[in-house]
Write a protein that binds this ligand. Structure first.
Ligand code: SF4
Ligand code: SF4
Ligand code: FES
Length: 479
């Protein structure tokens, strides 16, 4: 194990590590643009320079591509290093438009942060800046501002090394270098394309859905789990901070919506990546909600509807329950202890792959498009796939059920979060909360349990299934 000294601190590195890796592992910060822990090392931005003590004095070299060596003495902030970093920042920003005021990346832009940290002065150039494409459509999802690009090639390497679409490349040389998609259109169909937005260190790659929608400091991130498939990737759901709530009645609904989704690095599940389906969680969960209880399609008072459902369940001789694989582990436990033993249990896939969707691949995407099928198996054991033909009551929990499978004459109690025609088919319909309105956890296909946290309060008149189940067998009120 090589021992080296960084800024007068002696550390023990791992053999084969670079100075950048060893420093980071010991909490010592060295700036970087092009380096990324999950990508190859191109060594092109030069901001990570450090000084190394030598017989002839101190020489300066990039830390991201320099292997550690026994007895090495490294300086991260010597005068030589500071001068080189300042010059590098001057160079990188030579043709940069500095339009931070209208850039979505402002507030989380590495270029902005490093400019203040390592340069902080006006441009010394007297020449006019070179211009490049300001708004280039990379895909239906992403827009590229070539003037802001610092040619770090992170996005290019991502499509080569991680998503493997080879959808992006660098054209031309020097200050004419520009990122462009490959001619075969592979980037537009890359199921992981939006990760380049996160890893771009500047505001060159931007999500069209989020373009000019909010400053990032208006938002806060709530840790959550993507419900898009049984991988259960960690995600951050970004939504308005209390102090930045929109006050215009026309925009009030945006206070209760998710503005953007980014990966939550979970090495046991997804690492730092997510697929594009997770970015579309706002659309998935933002569908029109079911807002009131129904008796055969007619509006009913919530409390009366819970009592009626409870009466129907009490009267049933052969009840069956169709269990949601979007249910949280906590809801499943509540279900199991309240009603599980009396019912014939049927496991349901609430969502199936949609036309055009990648069904399964080798990176993250799984064929089962439900977050907690493994949680259902763990809580309830192997359930039947079909409703018993002699069931006289069917409790349906969640979406994706074909109501033609209900035996003729059987009563139906239906719990659903979204507005749907089938809500009106049930003898009793009860509206329930969605993932962003409660805390909970899912267990993924590999047995890893991940927690999600509440972003918003549930709307008035909507029940939490976890509290509702005891009420359906008489242990509580549910509402
Ligand atoms: S677009 Fe962003 S990630 Fe891609 S090369 Fe330019 S700066 Fe780097
Ligand atoms: S792989 Fe599955 S869980 Fe992960 S982001 Fe994509 S849809 Fe969501
Ligand atoms: S981070 Fe080392 S050269 Fe870019």
């Amino acid at each position: 194990m090589p021992r080296l000294t960084i800024d007068s601190r002696e550390i023990e590195a791992k053999a084969g590590q670079t100075v950048m890796e060893a420093a980071r592992e010991h909490g010592i910060f060295i700036p970087y643009f092009c380096w990324h822990p999950n990508l190859s090392v191109p060594g092109n931005c030069r901001i990570c320079v450090v000084g190394v003590e030598d017989k002839g004095g101190e020489w300066v070299e990039i830390a991201c591509n320099m292997p550690v060596a026994e007895g090495m003495v490294v300086f991260t902030a010597s005068e030589k290093v500071k001068a080189r970093r300042k010059a590098t920042m001057e160079f990188i920003t030579l043709n940069h438009p500095v339009d931070c005021g209208i850039c979505d990346k402002a507030g989380e832009c590495t270029l902005q942060d490093y400019h203040f940290e390592y340069n902080g002065e006006r441009s010394v150039s007297r020449d006019a800046k070179l211009h490049a494409t300001k708004h280039f459509d990379l895909s239906d999802r992403i827009v590229l501002d070539n003037e802001r690009c610092i040619q770090c090639t992170r996005c290019v390497r991502f499509t080569r090394e991680i998503s493997k679409s080879n959808g992006l490349g660098m054209l031309s040389r020097g200050d004419h270098s520009i990122v462009r998609p490959s001619a075969d259109g592979a980037f537009a169909t890359d199921a992981y394309s939006d990760n380049v937005i996160d890893i771009c260190p500047v505001g060159a790659l931007l999500a069209k859905d989020f373009l000019h929608q909010a400053r990032v400091w208006y938002l806060k991130a709530t840790p959550s789990v993507c419900p898009g498939c049984e991988r259960g990737c960690g995600v951050n759901l970004w939504h308005r901070r209390e102090e930045w709530m929109l006050r215009s009645p026309r925009q009030a609904a945006r206070n209760e919506g998710i503005d953007r989704v980014t990966p939550l690095d979970n090495p046991a599940v997804n690492g730092p990546w997510i697929c594009n389906k997770a970015r579309d969680i706002p659309k998935l969960l933002g569908r029109v909600r079911a807002s009131g209880a129904l008796f055969k399609g007619s509006p009913a008072p919530l409390e009366a509807a819970v009592l009626e459902a409870r009466a129907l369940i009490a009267e049933a001789k052969r009840p069956a329950a169709v269990v949601s694989s979007w249910a949280s582990n906590e809801e499943l436990q509540s279900f199991k202890s309240a009603v599980g033993t009396r019912f014939a249990l049927v496991a349901k896939r609430d969502h199936e792959p949609q036309p055009g969707e990648v069904v399964q691949d080798e990176l993250l995407i799984r064929a089962d498009k439900n977050p907690n099928a493994a949680g259902v198996r763990a809580a309830l054991g192997e359930c039947a796939r079909e409703v018993p033909k002699d069931a006289d009551l069917v409790l349906v929990w969640g979406e994706g059920f074909d109501f033609r499978a209900v035996p003729p004459g059987a009563k139906i109690v239906f719990l659903n979060a979204f507005l749907a025609p089938e809500n009106g088919h049930a003898d009793v319909f009860l509206p329930i909360s969605i993932q962003t309105e409660r805390d909970g956890s899912y267990t993924n296909f590999a047995g890893v349990t991940s927690r999600f946290e509440r972003c918003f309060a549930a709307p008035a008149g909507v029940l939490h299934a976890e509290a509702l189940f005891p009420a359906l067998v008489g242990h509580g009120r549910g509402a």
